[in-house]
Design a binder for this molecule. Structure first.
Ligand code: ZN
Length: 566
């Protein structure tokens, strides 16, 4: 079904709760294992419908945040979702305590139960008002960012639209664009400070009400971290500092030299090559035509997938005023349809939509027929492996997106920047994680202390970046433009863990592309059935929690880059 034909109707709260209660009661009354399975499938089917309505409202709201109808629906769900969570609680309790649990585990696997047990720890009816307030604050942040209008170059630009100027060949343009953006954030600094302060305190309060010492523990449960803990993540961060930061710093020093500067100011960070960064050519339509060809050539599975996406209006990529910032991939479960949201801006980032977001969507498409829905759910780091690895698997088709007329072709520059970018991204993402750990361990920090902390961490994780003389950055406020810090606490190390696994797939694909892609399909098949660490082990990939892995991957990537500096 085409996206425009998918009908939305608001699920009435009382009717939904009543129906849910009846279905849960039927599950409880099951007299045999078969009856329990079938009653569980009924309730699952019903929740999928509700979740799909929430997804549709959320997508349509992000497509046009000025549309009053979906804005009201979004606010409605901000209020109602915690109540629905409450209505789901008896089902979760009934499942984990079911006399037929062994039979259900036999049929659906044990992972579902592990995850439900974690989810149960994250909720109690006493926190419903807090969850409602959290949703409201998060929506406020979203709205504020989407509302950004920056006067620049004689135009009024959104945050997505000003980004191409950050990589302009003219340094003064880069500086002016960065300053204009920084200025927009600075003018809202008080609001950004107070929003975050409220969120941190609110989350801490919820954690306390649930019996946790700090939000950190609750945050891990909310992310359903079912196979690694804070200690392992701390070890990962140390590995990043020990092995990846030095290599990234060397590559960044080479970048500075390449573009003829003694060091990198904030506004030089994204400018990679003296004659300009790789830029895709062609209209969005041409980009999508090549995307279709690419996925047709990659594998029969990706061919079927891309046709489904393109034939059903499941991409919305053109930037418009009022459209939310950023990009995402989500699923409208009842229609078994992934949906990709992005803001094209003429940079290489546009191609990432067709590789990264499409990697997410491909996974969702591949497992769309599984039931119950828990077999289509997986944790964030697992999901980011799907996307970040697809970015590497599509390398052989990059020529078709980038101009080949120059001596060092743009597709070569793209691949170089992509791989070098992966190495400098991991320290950044790890810093975001380190920041959040320290914030939630010290929830009473003042806004100034939070900024000072960020600035200190910049020196550890990105020592190559000169923050001076760039307002906003200079004060250590860069984190305020990082959506996840406000919206999805503790969601970020996931990208870093995933990037290291994606680098393993990259290394494999350099040796044997076809065999590596088969391994990737196997990894996809594990999603929803096995945990992150089990999936990695099941594919014979090294664990990102092993510092030696970071050392050898970073070294291999650096060697490739040294041989091919464009
Ligand atoms: Zn992603």
């Amino acid at each position: 079904m085409k996206f425009s034909q998918m009908t939305y109707s608001r699920p009435d709260l009382e009717a939904t709760k009543a129906e849910l209660a009846g279905l849960i009661e039927a599950f409880r009354q099951a007299a045999t294992a078969d009856e329990a399975v079938s009653a569980f499938m009924d309730v699952d089917k019903f929740t999928v419908t509700i979740k799909s309505m929430i997804a549709l409202a959320s997508i349509r709201n992000s497509l046009d945040t000025t549309d009053e109808f979906y804005d009201a629906e979004k606010s409605y769900f901000d209020e109602v979702q915690p109540l629905l969570l409450e209505a789901m609680q008896p089902l979760k309790l009934a499942l984990v305590g079911s006399p037929f649990r062994p039979a259900l585990e036999e049929k659906f696997g044990t992972l579902m139960f592990t995850n439900i047990e974690m989810e149960l720890k994250t909720f109690d009816p006493v926190i419903v008002p807090d969850l409602q307030q959290e949703n409201k604050l998060v929506s406020e942040y979203d709205k504020l960012i989407a509302s950004a209008q920056i006067e620049f170059d004689g135009k009024t630009l959104t945050l997505a639209q000003i980004k191409p100027y950050f990589e302009d060949t003219d340094r003064s343009v880069r500086k002016a664009a960065t300053t204009a953006t920084a200025q927009w954030f600075l003018e809202r600094a008080d609001k950004l400070d107070s929003l975050y302060d409220e969120l941190v305190k609110l989350r801490t309060q919820m954690a306390k009400k649930l019996g946790f010492a700090s939000f950190t523990e609750l945050g891990y449960y909310r992310m359903t971290r079912n196979c690694y803990d804070g200690e392992m993540v701390a070890r990962f961060r140390k590995g990043v500092r020990d092995y990846i930061v030095p290599i990234a710093a060397r590559l960044k020093a080479e970048q500075a030299e390449r573009i003829g500067l003694p060091s990198l100011k904030v506004y030089d960070d994204s400018f990679e090559h003296p004659d300009g960064n790789a830029r895709p050519f062609g209209t969005p339509e041409e980009i999508f035509n090549h995307g279709r060809r690419m996925y047709h050539e990659l594998s029969p599975q990706t061919a079927e997938f891309i046709d489904f996406m393109l034939d059903n209006e499941l991409f919305d990529v053109l930037t418009r005023p009022g459209k939310s910032a950023g990009g995402y991939c989500t699923t409208i479960d009842m229609y078994k349809s992934p949906f990709i949201f992005a803001n094209f801006n003429g940079t290489a980032g546009d191609i990432d939509v067709l590789t990264h977001e499409a990697g997410h969507a491909f996974n969702a498409y591949m497992i769309r027929d599984r039931a119950p829905s828990s077999l289509r759910q997986y944790t964030a780091e697992t999901a980011e492996v799907h996307s970040m690895s697809m970015e590497f698997f599509t390398w052989p088709w990059m020529d078709g997106f980038f101009d080949k007329t120059q001596e060092a072709t743009d597709s070569d520059k793209y691949r170089y920047t992509h791989l070098a970018g992966a190495l400098s991204f991991i320290p950044y993402g790890t810093m975001v994680d380190d920041f959040q750990h320290r914030i939630y361990e010290n929830p009473d920090m003042s806004p100034k202390e939070r900024n000072d902390l960020w600035r200190e961490l910049e020196g550890i994780y990105r020592p190559w970046l000169d923050l001076d003389e760039t307002p906003f950055y200079e004060e250590g406020r860069r984190w305020q433009s990082q959506l996840h810090i406000y919206v999805y606490p503790f969601y970020y190390i996931d990208y870093c863990l995933a990037q290291t696994v994606a680098l393993s797939f990259w290394a494999d694909s350099q040796r044997d592309h076809a065999a590596a892609f088969q391994k990737y399909l196997k990894y996809i098949d594990f999603s929803g059935r096995k945990s992150f660490t089990e999936s990695i082990a099941g594919c014979g990939l090294p664990s990102p929690f092993e510092p030696k892995m970071q050392d050898s991957l970073a070294t291999a990537a650096a060697q490739w880059l040294d041989e091919r500096t464009p």
